[in-house]
Design a binder for this molecule. Structure first.
Ligand code: PA5
Length: 415
């Protein structure tokens, strides 16, 4: 479960101000929305669904050395975040029995597409196209490339065997799957794209990468059942700080494996809250790397920032700084210290510096980086942003503003 620590923000807000925020109304609204709204309830995950996902994953693992996932926004960020967080950002480069996972259809760059095709090379591959609407242009263009590659390499039967569709019931993609004979997984229609990581959207690529999806969903279920207070605390603290002029939230983590979770979080929070001319701008920083690029601005720039640190109690591995005479300099005395201790010390040092510089720091603490904690954190964030948006008076489950660029692009392309 996620633990929230607001001690680093207490110089900027009081506990009374947090208590004054009524989260009961948003929670009530949310429970109605669970029934007909956009957030997945992890208890919907059952044996039938798990078996369906695992069987498809096993078929892909047996037939392919590469799985290409086509999707954009909520249709790809969650799966990428989970694989990087639970296994490694270097997953594709690690020695392993499971297929490489490549992501495409999340931009309109020809160069990017060509490089993905080059990376597949002569290897056997399958494709999972993910789009809730089934009509997103970036994904639809990429699908044309990969359909023609599959058909050229494996013929029409091979195309049918190796293309997997994930979409909403009744969407143009499901209709295509039915008429052309591809296997498909149906997204729960009530769950929105950026809230879909804990559905077949995120679960299939994770299962192909060898992640224990039962564990992941157990973490989400535990958070769903026990994490409401902490989620409300985070939501309320953010809103109090926003009202005090903290317009930008910098999520930061000292583990590079968290980077794509930060990207996923940006979409979840930005699209859920940024509407009707309000909303905290979500940014992500990869520490300590970004302290050497953004650190100056965070420390001394405009005082409109709040920071949220994500930390893990136990590291997966914990190497010691080598000692000996090979390299003697002024930091030689830390020889023998473990890297987790150094990482924790860096976090304490940065937290103090930033608070002293006028940046309130909220902290989210998890036991370790695992499938279970990813599920818990994903659910925690989805619940908190929904509560936070409802506190600020906006509907967390629409994204009308995203349509503007699409309309222009379609008109420029004459579509
Ligand atoms: O949250 C959302 O629904 C959107 O941001 C989508 O994730 C994104 O636009 C991709 O849409 P689709 O899954 O329909 O291709």
């Amino acid at each position: 479960m996620v633990k929230v620590d607001i001690s680093g923000a207490l110089g900027f807000l009081s506990e009374d101000e947090i208590r004054a925020i009524d989260t009961s109304k948003p929670l009530k609204e949310l429970s109605t929305l669970y029934e007909n709204g956009w957030t997945v309830v992890p208890s919907n995950y059952n044996d039938e669904l798990a078996t369906q996902v695992k069987n498809i994953a096993e078929k892909i693992q047996n037939e392919s050395e590469v799985l290409v996932v086509l999707g954009i926004g909520g249709s790809y960020l969650g799966a990428r975040a989970a694989i990087e967080y639970i296994i490694s950002p270097n997953y594709n480069m690690l020695p392993k029995e499971t297929p490489d996972i490549l992501f495409a259809g999340n931009n309109v760059s020809g160069e990017y597409l060509e490089q993905i095709i080059e990376l597949i090379g002569d290897r056997n591959f399958s494709v999972n196209v993910v789009s809730k609407s089934g009509s997103t242009i970036e994904t639809a263009i990429a699908l044309r490339f990969f359909k023609s590659m599959l058909s050229e390499k494996y013929g029409s039967q091979g195309l049918k065997d190796r293309l997997y569709v994930t979409s909403d019931i009744g969407s143009p993609l499901i209709k295509l799957a039915e008429s052309e004979g591809y296997a498909y997984l149906e997204m729960p229609p009530e769950v929105g794209g950026r809230y879909s990581v804990l559905t077949v959207v995120g679960l299939l690529p994770c299962a192909v990468a060898g992640i224990d999806i039962d564990e992941l969903m157990a973490g989400a279920k535990d958070e769903f059942e026990n994490g409401v207070e902490e989620a409300c605390l985070y939501a309320a603290a953010r809103q109090v700080l926003y009202r005090k002029g903290k317009k930008i939230e910098m999520l930061a983590c000292f583990e590079p494996a968290f980077r794509y979770t930060g990207e996923w979080w940006k979409q979840l929070f930005g699209e859920s809250e940024g509407k009707e001319s309000i909303g905290i701008f979500p940014a992500y920083a990869d520490y300590s790397a970004d302290l050497h690029s953004l650190g100056q601005l965070i420390q001394e720039g405009e005082r409109t920032l709040l920071e949220t640190f994500v930390s893990f109690e136990k590291p997966r591995v914990n190497p010691l700084v080598p000692g000996g005479d090979l390299h003697k300099d002024k930091i030689s005395t830390i020889a023998g210290l473990d890297m987790h201790k150094i990482n924790e010390s860096a976090s304490v040092a940065v937290k103090k510096a930033h608070i002293d510089g006028g940046v309130p720091v909220l902290e989210l603490c998890l036991p370790e980086m695992s499938a279970k904690s990813f599920g818990a954190l994903a659910y925690f964030f989805m619940r908190s942003v929904a509560v936070s948006a409802l506190i600020s008076g906006v509907n967390p489950f629409g994204q009308p503003g995203v349509e503007a660029y699409k309309k222009n692009l379609f008109s420029i392309l004459g579509l």
